[in-house]
Design a protein around this ligand. Structure first.
Ligand SMILES: [Zn+2]
Length: 434
């Protein structure tokens, strides 16, 4: 008993000292404001380039001060920040709508450009920013862009791009120790802000009705950005409806009627400039079904459809933890989204190319691979064929999951685990080497 007690004291001390070392690392290299780097991603199905578009200093860094380097290796892209001595100081993975577009038929014959902004804690000294793409055929990282950034550069803008009220819906602690979700109002006029506040509060309740968020409620801060739109509701191009709105959200993305997106990522980041967010969620003021979620880019969905409470956790799962779609029957515009020769990076999908990196540890030794699609395995972690928009060659962990259908209310154990790890990272509780 005494021995265990001493051990736990030792563990607590080690933890405190460890946190202290990491915090020191943070404050050696960064201050607590945020640097936004605006970029343009341009190209087509075959190639892409990144162009620099500007730097902005924003009031508060909302991310962890201890988990500075993302350990998950998720995303189609990543960015890394190095000191002048070549020490890796910060990294994040992400995906984008531009990446999705590159997998459509249109991208075979057309080049186009998409704005994207990334954020990092404001460096105290000169750093080097590098952006990488994941090469589809080899699953290796290839450098797309590099630039030096000096914090005293007078090109770093410090003006306020918007002056919207930010509501605190839930506050459990300092943003560096919590997951900070920012709901952005889209298609709400000044007269509809009361509706937005009620909608955002309702969505917050939807989130905490689902595990693992319910258990981890105290790990979250929730913010609601009252971005005012001139007109109500999003664009619906296939019905000839066009609206002047804060985030310029639109249906008919990639010529799919129900694909509702807000492609101008930089504009979203401008709306959230004074919010210490880890994740942006765009709440679109419409009853028309639609939405999407892209890892470390945004989550977005309609406010008022009867399925809003089911769609929201699904899109949040994409945006927050990089979860892949476990369904394979819906209409999508993507051509061969997953290469069957490559292990996908999404934690809840596998091609069995490198299954040991995935959820093999959660499988019972008697569960067959692939696992039969029968009711007997309804509550078993398995390897079920079908997922990632294809019925063949891509496998998912459960018969059903929040990432597969609206029929079930819960995430499968593999998605649940991935979500918990991401919560730990944003709260600075994840044990990784920095
Ligand atoms: Zn799942």
């Amino acid at each position: 008993m005494t021995f265990n007690f001493q051990l736990s004291i030792f563990a607590a001390l080690w933890l405190l000292l460890g946190q202290g070392v990491f915090a020191q690392t943070f404050h050696t290299h960064f201050d607590t404001t945020r640097l936004r780097v605006d970029l343009i991603f341009a190209g087509n199905a075959e190639q892409q380039s990144v162009y620099f578009a500007g730097l902005h200093k924003e009031p508060q860094w909302g991310g962890s001060q201890t988990n500075l380097i993302e350990p998950f290796d998720y995303g189609e892209y990543c960015y890394k920040v190095f000191s002048t001595e070549n020490q890796l100081l910060f990294s994040r993975g992400f995906s984008s709508l531009f990446y999705e577009w590159r997998t459509t038929e249109e991208a075979q014959n057309l080049s186009r450009a998409h704005p994207f902004s990334l954020v990092l804690p404001m460096p105290k000294q000169e750093v080097r920013l590098e952006i990488y793409e994941r090469v589809k055929k080899t699953n290796e990282w290839r450098r797309l862009f590099t630039t030096g950034i000096h914090p005293s550069d007078r090109q770093i803008k410090q003006d306020a791009p918007a002056n919207f009220a930010v509501n605190t819906l839930l506050h459990h602690g300092h943003p560096s120790q919590k997951v900070d979700v920012a709901f952005l109002a889209e298609g709400y006029t000044a007269g509809e802000m009361e509706k937005f506040r009620a909608d955002a509060a309702r969505f917050m309740d939807y989130l905490f009705a689902v595990e693992p968020f319910a258990t981890h409620r105290s790990d979250f801060n929730i913010w609601a950005v009252e971005a005012v739109s001139e007109e109500s509701g999003p664009d619906i191009p296939h019905e000839g409806i066009w609206k002047n709105t804060a985030a310029d959200a639109s249906f008919y993305t990639f010529r799919i009627d129900r694909y509702l997106t807000a492609p101008n990522h930089t504009r979203l980041c401008e709306l959230a400039w004074n919010t210490p967010y880890d994740i942006l969620y765009v709440l679109v003021n419409t009853a028309k079904y639609g939405g999407g979620g892209v890892y470390n880019f945004y989550g977005l969905s309609m406010s008022d459809h009867p399925l809003a409470k089911d769609v929201f956790p699904h899109e949040f799962g994409h945006a927050f933890a990089g979860l892949g779609d476990e369904y394979y029957t819906s209409e999508v515009a993507y051509l061969d989204f997953y290469d069957l020769e490559i292990e996908p990076w999404e934690p809840n999908l596998t091609t069995l190319v490198d299954f040991d990196k995935k959820w093999r540890g959660l499988l019972d030794k008697d569960t067959p691979i692939p696992t039969p699609d029968t009711a007997g395995y309804a509550y078993t972690v398995g390897v079920f064929e079908g997922g990632g928009y294809t019925g063949k060659g891509v496998y998912r962990p459960a018969l059903d999951c929040r990432m597969k259908s609206n029929a079930t209310k819960s995430f499968c154990p593999v998605c649940h685990h991935a979500l918990e790890k991401m919560i730990e990272m944003y709260c600075g509780k994840l044990k990784i080497e920095n």
